[in-house]
Design a protein around this ligand. Structure first.
Ligand code: ADP
Length: 472
């Protein structure tokens, strides 16, 4: 078992502190420990990031870009061991973990390029004796708070653009999955990214979060996690008027129209629903299938779901790993039980297995008043309901406080575009169950969040616009 440290100002710190166990959800074994840091470490990290900011933001974009490229190279070289670490601490199948490292690293290379394209503007003035310059500058020290479901990608999706823009960061990874984060940051140090530019603090989330919220030197907060904690952080950020980006819960509808290619729709729904054992904020949570094809779609989906092998993510051929903890199992079971008590039927699965495993499940005859149709299940449960018209399904799909991702399956392109435009969601997968990619803007409408991550839009979140009015 390895005792990991925090990384503050390029140094490994916190060996003298109490520790938190990192547990492999597939086996229940403790695989590592990290220090239980608090306000003291949170402030030390901000000191380091604040001091490093002058030098880092003063580099040319080309220099920052080349350091990001070196980090990218090292992550690529370490794909296999990073993926294994991820599977051990998070549970996802090794093939998915490898995919996540590649995806996560895509943000580093994308933003290494974008760093060089943070263009300003010159706006024509209304007076011959004036010039109007618009200059783009990094926001400053950025607090990064991330969840456990994507231990690498949630870090790079924030740190990549922050560093590209010239910001320095303090990171608080999820307590369940800090090792991937620490190992990524060690590689950043090895790549030559200067001490203090990226700091990682582990420990008491609310104490660390509070210290950063109160600190006027922290100018930006970027968070991915639950809507509940996101709201709390948003309130907390108000006192010092920090810039904020929030990527919160989702409750994605997947709509399968009567003119869809059913096999393609089944593939899309399996990808959107069962990836990471259903533990992603863009997972399909409500599956609306047109009544005329519902039977055929359900039969094909059930056949596919029966083939999903459940087990330790390190084992060959496993498609569904464990859920993250006991609370997750309880939540998933309660959603299934609620649906059954209100008339739903199990087509496959439906119960917890030994340890933290849950059978991949398909529920039929699902109604809108069931809890799974209103709250994020965050587990491998696919609830199917039917509809009879496009208008009806759009109304039901939009009837949510969330607005992150939605999926539509139809071979009618006009209808697909029309429906995509009417869905009140930040991301629409039109015949696509896996829309996330580094160069596209990811983010939610409504209570699913604020701001965008990925693409050139993701860089704007770390930039202040300065207008310089020049009198000649
Ligand atoms: P989840 O339910 O997916 O674990 P959370 O929103 O609880 O989502 O956690 C996401 C991240 O927010 C984690 O890194 C967690 O430690 C952190 N977090 C939880 N509570 C707080 C808090 N009060 N202040 C700051 N960060 C917090």
């Amino acid at each position: 078992m390895t005792a990991y440290s925090m990384i503050i100002d390029g140094k490994e710190v916190g060996k003298d502190l109490k520790t938190i166990d990192v547990i492999n959800p597939a086996t229940g074994n403790t695989i590592a420990t990290v220090p239980y840091g608090g306000a003291n470490e949170a402030v030390l990290a901000v000191n380091a990031a604040y001091d490093a900011f002058q030098e880092w933001s003063g580099l040319t974009a080309y220099d920052r870009s080349s350091l990001l490229d070196k980090w990218h190279e090292l992550i690529e070289k370490h794909t296999e061991d990073l993926a294994q670490t991820m599977t051990e601490e998070q549970g996802k199948p090794l093939a998915e973990a490898r995919g996540e490292i590649k995806y996560a690293n895509g943000f580093i290379s994308w933003y290494a390029e974008e760093a060089k394209r943070i263009y300003g503007e010159m706006i024509p003035a209304s007076h011959t004796g004036k010039r109007i310059f618009v200059h783009k500058q990094p926001v400053g020290v950025t607090a990064v708070i991330t969840p456990w479901n994507f231990p690498a990608a949630m870090i790079t999706r924030k740190v990549g653009p922050a560093l590209a823009a010239g910001c320095t960061v303090v990171i608080k990874p999820a307590e369940q999955t800090p090792i991937t984060a620490i190992r990524l940051v060690r590689l950043a140090m090895e790549a030559g990214i200067p001490p203090g530019v990226i700091n990682v603090v582990t420990g008491d989330a609310s104490t660390i979060g509070k210290a950063w919220l109160q600190d006027t030197r922290v100018r930006k907060l970027t968070f991915t996690g639950s809507t509940e904690i996101g709201k709390l952080l948003m309130r907390g950020a108000a006192d010092t008027v920090k810039k904020i980006s929030l990527e919160l819960g989702g409750h994605a509808p997947a709509i399968v129209m009567e003119d869809s290619d059913i096999d393609k729709a089944v593939d899309g729904v399996v990808a959107a629903k069962f990836r990471n054992a259903g533990q992603t904020c863009v997972c399909a949570n409500r599956i609306y299938v047109h009544e005329s094809i519902a039977e055929e779609f359900a039969a094909k989906l059930v056949e596919r779901v029966k083939q999903l092998k459940v087990g330790n993510g390190m084992d060959e051929g496993v498609a569904i790993g464990p859920l993250i903890d006991e609370d997750a199992i309880r939540k998933v079971q309660s959603h299934v039980d609620d649906a059954l008590s209100k008339g739903a039927k199990i087509a496959v699965g439906g119960t917890g297995m030994d340890g933290l495993f849950f059978e991949p499940t398909v529920l039929l005859d699902v109604k809108d008043d069931m809890v799974c149709m209103q709250e994020e299940t965050f587990g491998p449960v696919a609830p199917i309901t039917t509809f009879s018209s496009e208008e009806e399904v759009l109304r039901r799909a939009n009837d949510s406080i969330y607005g992150l991702a939605a999926y539509v399956f139809t071979e009618n392109i006009s209808r697909g575009i029309r429906m995509s435009e009417k869905l009140e969601y930040g991301i629409v997968g039109l015949n696509d169950g896996l829309p996330s990619t580094p160069q596209a803007p990811f983010g939610g409408f409504k209570q699913s969040g604020l701001g965008r991550e990925g693409g050139h839009h993701g860089l704007d979140e770390y930039i202040e616009v300065k207008y310089i009015s020049v009198g000649l």
